[in-house]
Ligand binder design. Sequence first.
Ligand SMILES: N[C@@H](CCC(=O)N[C@@H](CS)C(=O)NCC(=O)O)C(=O)O
Length: 332
Amino acid sequence: MGLLIDGKWHDQWYENDRDGHFQRESAKRRHWVTADGSPGSDGYAGFKAEPGRYHLYVSLACPWAHRTLIYRKLKQLDDLIGVSVVSWYMAEHGWTFDKLSGASGDALDDFQYLYQRYTADDPSYTGRVTVPVLWDRKQQGIVNNESSEIIRMFNSAFDGLTESRLDLYPEPLRGEIDALNARIYPAVNNGVYRAGFATSQEAYEQAFDEVFTELDWLDRRLSAQRYLTGEYLTEADWRLFTTVLRFDPVYYGHFKCNLRRIKDYHNLSGWLRELYQWPGVAETVDLQHIKGHYYSSHRNINANGIVPKGPALELDAPHNRDRLPSSGIWSR
Ligand SMILES: N[C@@H](CCC(=O)N[C@@H](CS)C(=O)NCC(=O)O)C(=O)O
């Protein structure tokens, strides 16, 4: 675990604030692929959606990277955007392509470490070396390393090249999706990390309380409607899904978020199973990478690196959500 400073790798754990709160660094590459290469919201042009031009670097363990894999699948981008998978084991060199640990290798340059991808973008790069990364083979640089933006691009930029008309961020629901994301990200997606990486009792308990207050609220919401915004399955659901999926096998134990399991939430657990069973999604889920990564890589939290065998998740069991109306995914 570490970061690049002026292009040099330093093996260094996260630095929390003085009160023990985990601070997540903002992603530093924020360009946008657009259908015709016109500027995205950062104002930079030149990233046109083209087959084979972009390559995705992911970890199958990582909830943020997992979002991009789900979108690649749902939006039929498999043949247009290649993928390289890093090893689940992250130690002194950060993310690696060590194939013994289950990585695919770096399909483009056969790099050994993911940080080489960042220094290939900028030889004096400073910052954390995170997944996902969307790489541009044409300009030889990182387009974007922020999952919430990569999924927005995947949702629309490549539509001229695929048959997909699915829209996970439909215009009439955007306000509601944004509002849901704004509360779920700090409390749940990042909340579990704030609990797990806290270095003071107070910071941990604060995050813990926020996690469960929000999960309680989500479970109530899902008692009366099929998905987070209602009848349509949207971005808000998929952003939450990758965290909820990891909750019982990892966050409950490893990050000490153990007031309740997802299994104890009747509606959230049914919703989780329905999303897991959505066509194409189960094949993006690798529980060996998920459990292996967290329990083996964070030795300051789990000193001996032992990976728990359980729990039984039963993600293929009936989801029983059919009693609530569904219109599936919005179509353009
Ligand atoms: N904001 C980023 C966060 C990505 C992120 O933090 N990924 C983690 C893996 S789950 C990572 O690569 N961590 C390595 C590090 O922080 O050094 C996103 O959503 O894309």
